[in-house]
Write a protein that binds this ligand. Structure first.
Ligand SMILES: Nc1ncnc2c1ncn2[C@@H]1O[C@H](COP(=O)(O)OP(=O)(O)OP(=O)(O)O)[C@@H](O)[C@H]1O
Length: 497
């Protein structure tokens, strides 16, 4: 595929006057820069250029650098998240003079609104320090500078607002690009592109280039067919359309990141349709499948290690990897809904039963659910299908429901249920007999207990009678002794002698 320089680079404003429709911003920024150049730095050492994306913030800074012969040191939000990043690069840059022939230096911190209120306080305090010490202008950009955490920065800088580019200004500018490229272009097409991109010139130029390079002209019909509204979520079919017909990296990446499909489902949609779309060219197909397999590897790592920083690579493989795998034009194939999803929908009920069975087994057998699924369920299935008699006993013991039995026994289901019912009847009979036997034994035991109690009572009565007799005898004895004058029989006899 022929690759040419992106128009947003080729037509980037070179001079301040080339930046369209930002007169107010220029009125604020240019005098501020001139103060720096005059050797009498302004009170506020930083400027924050804010406004919607693609309206010329960075372009104006670059145009200023060009026009006033300044060196630009640019850092993106991801480069200055930590305090020491700023100290290492920006602070040095902001406090040193540039090498000749450059007259001065601008430090550009792009997308400061990308700093998070919690994780990046260090970076924010480092920026504040930078604003104190700077001996060169510090320019920052942001789409939304109104976060509470950016307040200290807002209070110390010159706030410069950038407006959306109105249609009246944007269309002539875009038309000029078409003329320079020698491309036939319909004005309504540009108006349509402008509307869909809500005044974002970068997005308009990108869309124009994509259409022009694919079809050699920009017409309203083509624009309607190819331009997607920004921030709109694509249906899976639209996603496939945009992906398979993307000519640029960014288009393909946008296609895969603009759906609300979850990551697994997105993968399934693409994997299902790649062979259909590229099937007529083995090499294109091979490259696309290679990209898909890499996406799968990244996704596996993300899930296993919870390493979400790999997500961009997943999208890059899935989107641009698949889209740019083609070297020739492919006719639109008959795309289809991923078979796996259809299958999953069909097997939903089966999966529910399997899940319930695994829960039951894990509770009764004291194993994990995954062990139950991997080891016990297959074993039960085998037993059910080869020895229904034995399985029916197991089913009763494990208290499996009929639907679980059906799930495990498959064709043998009816046999197992028949055996299970027969077993249940037998068990009921057995239970009745056992209950009757137990009742009889109970009565016998009770009767024996009664006889024993009677015996004990009689024995106790006799014991009392005996005790009474002994008491009576002792009483008599005592009376006789008293009559003898307290002498024992032996004393009495001795006395007589
Ligand atoms: N006002 C403008 N005048 C001329 N060209 C513009 C203007 N705005 C945007 N462009 C075009 O869009 C491209 C991107 O613009 P730029 O990088 O300046 O946008 P930005 O406002 O900084 O966006 P972001 O907030 O996303 O960084 C430029 O290369 C240029 O081609």
């Amino acid at each position: 595929m022929k690759k040419s320089i992106p128009w947003i680079i080729k037509y980037r404003p070179k001079r301040v006057e080339d930046v369209v429709n930002q007169e107010k911003a220029k009125e604020l920024l240019i005098p501020w820069i001139k103060k720096w150049l005059s050797g009498n730095p302004p009170e506020k050492k930083g400027a924050l250029l804010w406004g919607p994306p693609g309206v010329g913030k960075t372009s104006l800074v670059e145009a200023i650098c060009n026009e006033y012969n300044l060196e630009k040191i640019e850092l993106n939000a991801s480069d200055f998240r930590r305090k020491k990043d700023i100290e290492r690069i920006a602070l040095v840059a902001a406090t040193k003079r540039p090498l000749p022939p450059k007259k001065g230096r601008i430090v550009l911190l792009d997308e400061v609104d990308g700093l998070s209120p919690r994780g990046d306080e260090g970076a924010i305090s480092a920026i504040l320090e930078l604003l104190e010490k700077a001996r060169n202008p510090i320019i920052m950009t942001a789409n939304d500078p109104w976060g509470q955490h950016l307040r200290p920065i807002r209070e110390r800088v010159l706030m410069v607002e950038f407006k959306r580019i109105p249609k009246t200004k944007a269309l002539p500018y875009l038309m000029k690009i078409c003329e320079s490229e020698g491309i036939y272009c319909e004005k309504q097409a540009l108006a349509y592109i402008w509307e869909k991109n809500k005044g974002d010139l970068r997005a308009c130029i990108n869309d124009m280039q994509a259409i022009a390079e694919a079809y050699g002209k920009i017409t309203l019909d083509l624009a309607k067919a190819l331009v997607v509204e920004r921030d709109r979520t694509l249906t899976p079919w639209e996603m496939l359309q945009h992906l398979f017909y993307a000519k640029y990296f960014w288009q393909a990446k946008k296609a895969v990141t603009s759906t609300d499909l979850d990551y697994d489902t997105l993968f399934l949609w693409i994997a299902e349709n790649v062979p259909k779309q590229y099937g007529d060219d083995p090499e294109d197909l091979w490259r696309a499948m290679e990209a898909l397999s890499r996406a799968d590897v990244y996704y596996g790592r993300i899930k296993r290690r919870m390493n979400w920083s790999l997500l961009p690579y997943y999208f890059e493989m899935l989107g641009p990897g698949v889209a740019l795998a083609k070297e020739k034009y492919h006719k639109r194939a008959r795309w289809s809904y991923p078979e796996k999803i259809t299958l999953l929908a069909k097997t939903k009920e089966q999966r529910r039963i399997r899940e319930e069975l695994a829960t039951l087994l894990s509770l009764t057998q004291h194993v994990s659910k995954s062990y139950a699924k991997a080891e016990i369920i297959p074993l039960l299935k085998f037993i059910a299908q080869h020895n229904p008699q034995y399985f029916a006993r197991l089913a009763l013991g494990l208290r499996l429901t009929d639907e679980m039995i059906k799930f495990l026994a498959g064709k043998e289901y009816r046999t197992v249920i028949r055996i299970k019912e027969k077993l249940l009847k037998e068990m009921e009979e057995e239970a009745k007999i056992r209950a009757a036997r137990e009742a009889k034994e109970y009565l016998e035991r009770k009767a024996l207990e009664v006889v024993e109690e009677e015996k004990v009572e009689k024995w106790e009565e006799k014991k009392e009678e005996k005790a009474e007799k002994v008491e009576k005898r002792e009483k008599k004895e005592r009376k006789r002794e008293e009559r003898r004058g307290g002498l024992t029989l032996l004393d009495f006899l001795n006395k007589k002698k």
